[in-house]
Design a protein around this ligand. Structure first.
Ligand SMILES: C[S@@+](CC[C@H](N)C(=O)[O-])C[C@H]1O[C@@H](n2cnc3c(N)ncnc32)[C@H](O)[C@@H]1O
Length: 268
């Protein structure tokens, strides 16, 4: 498997304070990005800024539930059917999913971890050997991969951030081989009113406060709940996947509907 560009990993400057616009401007950019305006640039810059604190915040703010969700998503990928295959972890961030896949008992294949925020990849680079996991600086909308070149693809908490969802889904459909799967793990909105109320209170009030204090970023953790609110969930997302060309699409809610896994299969 060849990919266009392998990321160089220069020395980290992990405690660099994020720079950029003031509070009001940053929050306005986040709100616009969540609605789709200026999203690509905002998302790329924001994740580059918070990369040093991303892993810590991820696990703390999700109360570590995200680990169990990632395990389920990997199972849904069905990699055991082709354990020596090539898999794509797209919007890979700090490479948690790709590294987890490379460590699975019985896995003898190769993982490409693609993300356009190179500092995120740099912070995850030590999680697995380059012999099994290759970080690649690439845009999910223009992957440096041939048609039908991977046995399966997975995205965890990333597709919501892609500026053009339908184009992103089509691009993933393009690179997955016939019979292969594309798995999406993403936040969702719970249906049970009491759960939705608690989730809303936590997501819109507690999370932005802690996120801002720990990451130092003015709007990243305000953007998160806003982007989830704008993102299609459940059957809507499943329909969008079908329209992008996935032949069979199924989905399941996780933890009272806080998150969901969607599985799209390319026709064999
Ligand atoms: C919330 S993080 C998720 C990271 C990782 N998958 C995880 O499970 O922790 C979202 C990632 O998506 C990446 N991303 C968003 N849009 C992208 C695009 N168009 N191309 C590549 N990466 C993208 C961001 O740079 C960021 O690293």
């Amino acid at each position: 498997m060849t990919v266009a560009s392998d990321v160089r990993v220069p020395p980290e400057n992990s405690d660099a304070a994020p720079s950029g616009p003031g509070d009001a401007a940053s929050l306005e950019s986040a709100a616009n990005a969540a609605r789709g305006t200026g999203k690509r640039d905002y998302v790329q810059q924001m994740f580059s800024d918070i990369a040093p604190r991303y892993d810590l915040l991820n696990h703390v703010l999700s109360l570590n539930i995200d680990k169990a969700w990632r395990v389920k998503a990997l199972r849904a990928l069905g990699w055991r059917e082709a354990p020596r295959g090539t898999y794509l972890d797209v919007c890979a961030g700090t490479l948690d999913v790709g590294a987890m896949l490379s460590r699975q008992d019985g896995f003898g294949g190769f993982v490409v971890g693609a993300d356009f925020a190179v500092p995120m990849l740099q912070h995850g680079a030590g999680k697995a050997s380059r012999r099994v996991l290759s970080p690649v600086g690439a845009d999910a909308l223009a992957l440096p991969l041939a048609d039908a070149s991977v046995d399966g693809a997975i995205v965890a908490f990333g597709i919501r951030n892609v500026a053009d969802l339908d184009a992103g889904l089509r691009e993933l459909r393009r690179v997955v081989r016939p019979g292969g799967r594309f798995v999406i793990l993403e936040f969702s909105t719970p249906r049970i009113p009491l759960v939705r109320w608690g989730y809303h209170a936590y997501f819109h009030h507690v999370l932005p406060l802690i996120g801002r204090l720990v990451s130092g970023h003015r709007s990243a953790y305000t953007y998160l709940p806003m982007s989830v609110a704008q993102f299609p969930t459940g059957d809507d997302l499943a329909d969008r996947m079908r329209r992008a060309g996935f032949a069979t699409v199924t989905w399941q809610p996780l933890t009272l509907g806080i998150a969901a896994i969607h599985i799209g299969q390319v026709s064999a």
